[in-house]
Design a protein around this ligand. Structure first.
Ligand code: CMC
Length: 429
């Protein structure tokens, strides 16, 4: 990283600040000394112009629609690699050699079971609980079960916690699903690949054999790759902020899951499918487009728009292709939701409002239809996002903990409340 100086002038106040350049992407003005030098803070509540950290993991060029993990384009990873290879890349910085991959897969596979006591934990939840509520609780509870990997100062424990989390998340998610639908838990099978095992734990029942369909397993694996990491998004920033205080990684990931749940973030795939269902038929699309444009209507086209992408989300292109592959494999010829989705996309991409605001379909637009075809109920969609994103959260958390300059995250504020005033006893108010 190169460093130069830049002069900032605000009214009468001037200060020299460092201008820092990364390997690619815009330069950043390092404002860490701004307050000391000028007595001023910066104000950027949605972090629209703020780089919250330095990172070597993921790069996004939102204008060009580019997403790179450790320099590799997402389409190459999704089309030619597999999810555990992507996990290794995110965690260690390089693609594994054949031997490293074998060892990594072995280590992840040997951690897929969860403590038996944890399965009883589930019965404390209502059956109709949203699976994301169960995820927040049960992932947070991992720190109560794996004390031997919560010392964040120990690199070995950090790595054990990371592998445990990547390995156990599908098991925890599948159990949340099984509990939700009232079926018995299905234990992981170590002879199956990561995505295969997940489908098995979700869809196998004790009374008949479950046959893995390789096309569907590949689609599942691809969905995991597409959601593995996405730079400093809301949930990742939540994990980093929680971790900056020294909290253990299980607790930090539980915080990330809570943040992911919201409809503006991971909850959008569920919301997008609900919206497509509500639209129902292509002839109703203009009505919904008009609502999306109406300033007085809070309605938004779910699965459209992104804080960073002002171009087609590169993940959405692969997701669309995967969606077609899954529907073809399952012989779903005329899925009405897909028809509505494709027509909605066509209309939105040619509409002046969406063009001007650079609102393109994001990854969540087609993932809902694909997950529904795979057999998942909508309530599980964000859970699957959480399973995939766990590696991103954990890689970013590890990077932060291993940064020698790491300090607790402590933003400041612009105070607009009452100025100093004296307490008035209740009988005098
Ligand atoms: N439909 C209609 N108008 C929209 C939409 C949309 N989906 N998204 C943004 N706009 C408009 C918005 O009304 C605003 O208009 P104006 O300038 O006239 O006030 C303008 O576009 C900019 O929107 P913003 O809310 O300032 O942008 P943001 O960067 O704060 O929000 C977003 C990004 C993703 C939250 C937003 O686009 C949105 O709510 N999209 C729908 C939810 C969604 O699909 N989320 C998934 C994101 S991708 C997966 C993930 O990262 O979790």
């Amino acid at each position: 990283m190169t460093e130069q100086s830049s002069r900032i002038i605000v009214g009468e106040t001037e200060a020299d600040l460092e201008l820092r350049s990364g390997t690619i992407g815009p330069d950043v003005v390092d404002v860490t000394s701004l307050y000391k030098k000028t007595g001023l803070f910066t104000y950027d509540p949605g972090f629209s112009s703020t780089a919250s950290c330095e990172s070597k993991i993921t790069y996004i060029d939102g204008d060009e629609g580019v997403l790179l993990h450790r320099g590799y384009p997402i389409d190459q990873l999704a089309e030619r690699g597999d999810f555990l290879e992507t996990c290794y890349l995110l965690l260690y910085g390089e693609l594994p050699t054949a031997r490293e991959k074998e060892d990594f897969v072995y280590r992840v596979t040997r951690h897929t079971m969860i403590h038996e006591q944890m399965s009883r934990f589930y019965t404390g939840f209502r059956r109709d609980a949203h699976p994301m509520a169960v995820m927040v609780g049960s992932v947070g509870a991992l720190s109560a079960f794996y004390h031997d990997s919560t010392d964040i100062a120990d690199p070995h424990q950090r790595m054990v916690a990371s592998l445990r989390m990547i390995a156990k998340m599908p098991t925890i998610a599948a159990m949340a699903y099984k509990y939700h639908i009232g079926q018995p838990f299905v234990y992981p099978r170590n002879d199956l690949a990561y995505a295969e095992n997940f489908l098995h734990m979700c869809f196998a029942v004790p009374c008949e054999p479950y046959r893995i369909n390789p096309v569907l397993a590949r689609a599942m694996d691809r969905i995991f790759i597409l959601h593995a990491d996405h730079e400093q998004n809301a949930s990742t920033s939540t994990v980093r902020l929680a971790g900056s205080s020294g909290a253990n990684p299980f607790a930090c990931v539980a915080a990330g899951i809570a943040c992911l749940w919201g409809p503006a973030h991971g909850g959008a795939n569920e919301a997008a499918l609900n919206m497509l269902t509500e639209i129902g038929t292509a002839d109703r699309i203009p009505e919904f487009i008009a609502r999306a444009k109406d300033k007085n209507d809070p309605f938004r086209l779910m699965g459209f728009g992104h804080r960073v992408y002002k171009n087609y989300d590169p993940r959405a292109k692969i997701m669309q292709q995967t969606c077609h592959e899954v529907l073809d494999e399952l012989g779903i010829k005329d899925d009405p939701l897909l028809e509505v989705a494709m027509e909605l996309e066509r209309i939105a991409l040619t509409d002046e409002y969406f063009i001007e605001k650079k609102l393109y379909p994001n990854v969540d637009f087609y993932s809902g239809i694909t997950l529904k075809a795979l057999g998942f109920p909508t309530a599980m969609f964000t859970v699957l996002f959480a399973v995939a994103r766990t590696v991103g959260w954990i890689a970013q958390w590890k990077e932060m903990i291993e940064d020698p300059n790491q300090r607790i995250g402590r933003p400041r504020q612009l105070y607009t409340g009452a100025p100093l005033r004296d307490y008035v006893p209740v009988d005098g108010r």
